[in-house]
Structures are given as structure tokens and as C-alpha cells.
Design a protein around this ligand. Structure first.
Ligand code: PMP
Length: 420
């Protein structure tokens, strides 16, 4: 079957709402390389949207899934539990940057983790309001769409969304928005829309993913922590994209020395298997009554086995340190390119969560330039993703296990493509 034959069948069989970026079809993938059905090789700087930080089919992950496959694939954890979930919860509890007792509940997707974090915060506070940030992305279910701070394409035609969700601007140097502006917007919200005593949670991504890899200043985290402490609000860090070594720490919140109350995680937690989690302060996590949390597939045994192996790989291969090194190397190349390329408005990075924002001669967001760069990279076999409120940001999400030689080849392609 050729790519174009599959393309014809896809368009006839699946709805256009599931937007698909590539017009080629995956055959197999290994670490940072991916081959299509016609045998063409790509360097994968998408990593399944930040899901395979440990690479495609890491041998340890594959072996863990295979071993679990020999035992059982599903019992429904809420019906017949199994040890691996308890072990994974214990390991994550010890790793999350929250002091004091912590607990972890497992789900299947990132959106589901966010949904449940809001449920837990509401059950704990017995309040309804939630504050989120412009440009944020939290998922495609109704509550997470309400929280998501970008209308097109995510929210168009799907409202009304759950009530009591309020947005404030996320700090962005290029837009002239500071942490103080964000905090002032919350103070104003408390005057114009909702009293702090009715706010259950403030949720944010420590680094906005879909929103353009904007990195939260520590000043914002400190300000939010103080507000949450003052008013008894639950601070939720959505680390679905920024987690598991991507920013050079296991969790991006570790860069700030500020503790959230709850953390959502998914994507690279299980190296390609669908698994998500909410971790947090034990007293908050225990607020919902038995039966209030869960899901038929929540904590799927194959996915949990994969996650335990992923944690081993991150530790043994020192992937956080490698994330820092690779991120620095890429950032230096991008900053060097910026010297001679007026279209590069900003290079943003925290560890290996690296992005370039492109603007035209008039300073306007240049999504067209991003498409050109993506196409030129793709023609040379490098898969790049865009992001940003205006689609004018290129994000780099290579597996942290990428071989050095392949990484260097990708850097050369990026250099060349940016000239487009
Ligand atoms: N939160 C963040 C920060 C994300 O980046 C994403 C996915 N891009 C989600 C939530 C939703 O995750 P999922 O697509 O697995 O539902």
C-alpha cells in the first residue's frame, strides 16, 4: 500500500476533524527514526507529540510490555488490583516535587488527568471556580476545552463549555506580558468576576506546550503559590508535556523551587503507551469519596509496566542531564542562526523544550514561514512540529535518547531549513 493510496482511504474513512499533519504513513520506528510505508526514513523531532522522550521502542520498555503481556492485559484495576500500580504510585510519589505525603491516581489520557485534577480540587475545596491561562492547552474534553486558552481550532463549534472557568494572560516577553501583569489580572478577576473564596484551583503549564513553549518565570510561580496559600486555592501544574525530563528536570516545577498541590502527567510517562496520572498532596488527593475517581482502562497493566521501565531508563541513562546538554547544543545553533536571520524573533528553551518564534519584517507572527521551514526540513527527512497562538513557532521534541550523530544531522537540516 502506498502513501497516496492510504491517503485516499483515510480521507474517505475518517472525519476531517481529526486533522493529520503528515501525508505519509508510519511503518515502523526505532529510537529517533521513523520509516514510512514506502521505506523513506525520517528523523523524528515530534516524538509522538512529546510522548517518546525515551525513544521509540526502547528495548527496556518493549521487554517490560512483553513480560506483562505474558501475565494479563486487563483486569480493571478497580475490580481486581495489581501490584505494579501500587509500585508505580510509590515511585512517582517519591519523585514529584511536593514535600510531605503524596498520592497518585492513574488515568489514560492527558485530558483525563486534567479533568480529574479539577474534580479533586473541587472535592477538596468544595468550591467551583477555576483560573487558567490564555494560550494554555489542557485537552479536548469539555472541561479541558473550557480550560484551554486557544479558540481555533480547538474550541470552535463545541460550546457551551462548563462554567466558572476564567482566563488570565500568561507571561510572554515578546508580547510584553510580565509575571506581574498576570498576577495583576488575577487580582482584577477577584474584583470583576469571582471572589477568591469561590476559586477551587489555578491551573497552568510550567512551560506552555501547544501555546508556544513560553516558560513561566519563577516570579509567577511564587506569586501564584502565595495567592493559593492566602485563599486556600489548589495550585495545579499541568506537566503533561513538560514532564519526564523534557525540560532537563523530571518535572518542570523543579526549576522554580515552588511546590504545586497537584501535578498532572501523561505523554512521556509511559513511552508510547496510554497512561496518565494525577499526583499531589495526600490530603487533597483523598478528598473524593471511593468510586469518585477511576476509569475502565485507568492504570492499564501494559502501560504501567512501560512506565516503570521508562523511569528506570530516565534514571540509568541520565536523561535529565542529557536533556540539558542537547537543549544547550540546539539553542546555541538557533541563537547563532538568529544573528543573521531577522525572521527569528525569539529562541526559547528550558532544557530540551526548545522553540523558535518566527515573525515577518513588520514584526507580525509569520505562520507561513513556519510552514516553509517545516516543508524544507521534511524534504530532507526531518519531522518538525509547530505551535503557538498564531502557529508561528517551531518546537523541537526529539527523543532524549537520540544518537549524537543523528542529532547533529538534524541540526544541520534545521540550519538549512531556517534559511527558507
Ligand atoms: N495538557 C497538556 C499540557 C498537553 O500538552 C496536552 C496534550 N497536548 C494535554 C493536556 C492533553 O493530553 P491528551 O491529548 O493526552 O488528552
Amino acid at each position: 500500500m502506498t502513501n497516496s493510496e492510504l491517503q485516499t482511504r483515510r480521507l474517505a474513512a475518517t472525519p476531517r476533524g481529526v486533522g493529520v499533519m503528515c501525508d505519509f504513513y508510519a511503518q515502523r520506528a526505532e529510537n529517533a527514526s521513523l520509516w514510512d510505508v514506502e521505506g523513506r526514513e525520517y528523523i523524528d523531532f515530534a516524538a509522538g507529540i512529546a510522548v517518546v522522550n525515551t525513544g521509540h521502542r526502547h528495548p527496556r520498555v518493549v521487554a517490560a510490555i512483553a513480560a506483562q503481556l505474558e501475565c494479563f492485559t486487563h483486569t480493571a484495576y478497580q475490580i481486581v488490583p495489581y501490584e505494579s500500580v501500587v509500585t508505580l504510585a510509590e515511585r512517582i510519589n517519591a519523585l514529584v516535587p511536593i514535600s510531605g505525603p503524596t498520592k497518585t491516581a492513574f488515568f489514560t489520557t492527558g485530558a483525563e488527568a486534567v479533568e480529574n485534577a479539577i474534580k479533586i480540587a473541587r472535592a477538596h475545596t468544595r468550591r467551583s471556580g477555576v483560573i487558567a491561562f490564555g494560550g494554555g492547552f489542557h485537552g479536548r474534553t469539555m472541561m479541558t476545552l473550557a480550560l484551554t486558552g486557544k479558540v481555533a481550532p480547538y474550541k470552535v463549534g463545541f460550546g457551551p463549555f462548563p462554567a466558572e472557568v476564567f482566563h488570565v494572560p500568561y507571561p510572554e516577553a515578546l508580547q510584553g506580558v510580565t509575571a506581574a501583569d498576570s498576577l495583576a489580572a488575577i487580582a482584577r478577576l477577584f474584583k470583576t468576576d469571582i471572589e477568591p473564596q469561590r476559586v477551587a484551583a489555578i491551573i497552568l503549564e510550567p512551560v506552555q506546550g501547544e501555546g508556544g513553549f513560553n516558560v513561566a518565570p519563577t516570579e509567577l510561580m511564587q506569586g501564584l503559590r502565595a495567592l493559593c496559600d492566602q485563599h486556600g486555592i489548589v495550585l495545579i501544574a499541568d506537566e503533561v508535556q513538560s514532564g519526564f525530563g523534557r525540560t532537563g528536570k523530571l518535572f518542570a516545577m523543579e526549576h522554580h523551587g515552588v511546590e504545586p498541590d497537584l501535578i498532572t502527567m501523561a505523554k512521556s510517562l509511559a513511552g508510547g503507551m496510554p497512561l496518565s496520572a494525577v499526583s499531589g498532596r495526600a490530603d487533597i488527593m483523598d478528598a473524593p469519596a471511593p468510586g469518585g475517581l477511576g476509569g475502565t482502562y485507568a492504570g492499564n497493566p501494559l502501560a504501567v509496566a512501560a512506565a516503570l521501565a521508562v523511569l528506570d531508563v530516565i534514571e540509568e541513562e541520565k536523561l535529565c542531564a542529557r536533556s540539558v546538554r542537547l537543549g544547550e547544543k540546539l539553542t546555541m545553533r538557533l541563537l547563532a542562526a538568529k544573528e543573521s536571520n531577522a525572521g527569528i524573533a525569539e529562541v526559547r528553551a528550558q532544557g530540551s523544550m526548545v522553540a523558535v518564534e518566527l515573525r515577518d519584517a513588520a514584526g507580525a507572527p509569520d505562520a507561513e514561514a513556519v510552514r516553509r521551514v517545516q516543508q524544507r526540513a521534511m524534504a530532507q527527512g526531518l519531522l518538525l512540529l509547530s505551535c503557538g497562538m498564531y502557529g508561528n513557532v517551531i518546537r523541537f521534541l526529539y527523543p532524549l535518547t537520540i544518537p549524537d550523530a543523528l542529532f547533529d544531522r538534524a541540526l544541520d537540516i534545521i540550519d538549512d531549513a531556517l534559511k527558507a
